[in-house]
Design a protein around this ligand. Structure first.
Ligand SMILES: [Zn+2]
Ligand SMILES: [Zn+2]
Length: 238
């Protein structure tokens, strides 16, 4: 190989591609995404649940009525556009390695908060589903975050009831089913602890709420929720 070629390859290594569209990248980047594929936060986050609100309010309508068990929730991006594609790849595309890059975005968002957790835990997946998929994406994100933050990742929750077809249920039905499905691993060291609960997407908050309720009943002092993506507040139809 000519010296000049070798030098150019060092500067512009080949084979580094955007994780989403496959476009060649000129250098290794933190998220391994091209500028077009990096998801963003559209709107501004509700200061309680982190969902995107499009008006000037500090809290979304649900939080103004004080509905959540968890203390706070936040996410770096809104569940829209390329964020949906990334989650889809991580969940159904068997592309576990993506967790490493998504966790970096989550960490950037976490760093802006003033929370000091003692440990990290994650939203559990039912055994049957985990067997089919091979891994729990929430656990993979939690493990990557644990590594970045130097914190223990504790497997503290269990999904003991197989909840299928959640998408077809209304909010209340969903809440009831999820609430009964999650239980505490009795040996988990969560008493008196400040916990960071990790999941992939925050939508209605029903899952985060159910997990938090179980953790707090088990003695957790504070629970904040960090997800990769969050929903937009559902606008009121007047
Ligand atoms: Zn791209
Ligand atoms: Zn809110």
């Amino acid at each position: 190989m000519k010296l000049k070629t070798a030098f150019l390859q060092m500067l512009y290594p080949e084979g580094i591609k955007c994780n989403l569209c496959g476009k060649e990248l000129f250098e290794e980047t933190r998220f391994s995404l091209c500028p077009d594929c990096i998801p963003t936060f559209v709107g501004k986050p509700c200061l309680r649940c982190g969902r995107s609100i499009s008006n000037d309010a500090e809290f979304c309508l649900e939080c103004q009525n004080g509905e959540h068990f968890f203390d706070r929730a936040y996410a770096p991006v809104v569940f829209d556009g390329t964020a949906v594609k990334l989650i889809y790849k991580l969940k159904y595309g068997n592309e576990k390695y993506l967790a490493k890059y998504l966790a970096r975005m989550m960490f950037d968002c976490f760093e802006k908060q003033s929370y000091i957790p003692d440990l990290i835990t994650f939203v559990p997946m039912h055994e049957k589903r985990q067997k089919n998929r091979g891994y729990n994406q929430a656990e993979e994100l939690a493990k990557e975050l644990g590594e970045i933050m130097g914190l223990d990742v504790v497997n503290s929750l269990q999904r003991s009831v197989f909840t299928d077809n959640l998408a077809r249920m209304n909010a209340q039905e969903r809440r009831n089913v999820i609430q009964n499905a999650i239980t505490l691993n009795k040996s988990a060291p969560i008493k008196g602890k400040q916990i960071l609960l990790v999941d992939d997407v925050f939508t209605t908050g029903a899952t985060s709420n159910a997990c938090t309720e179980v953790l707090k009943r088990g003695g957790a002092k504070r629970v904040e929720v960090l997800t990769f993506a969050t929903a937009k507040e559902i606008p009121l139809l007047i």
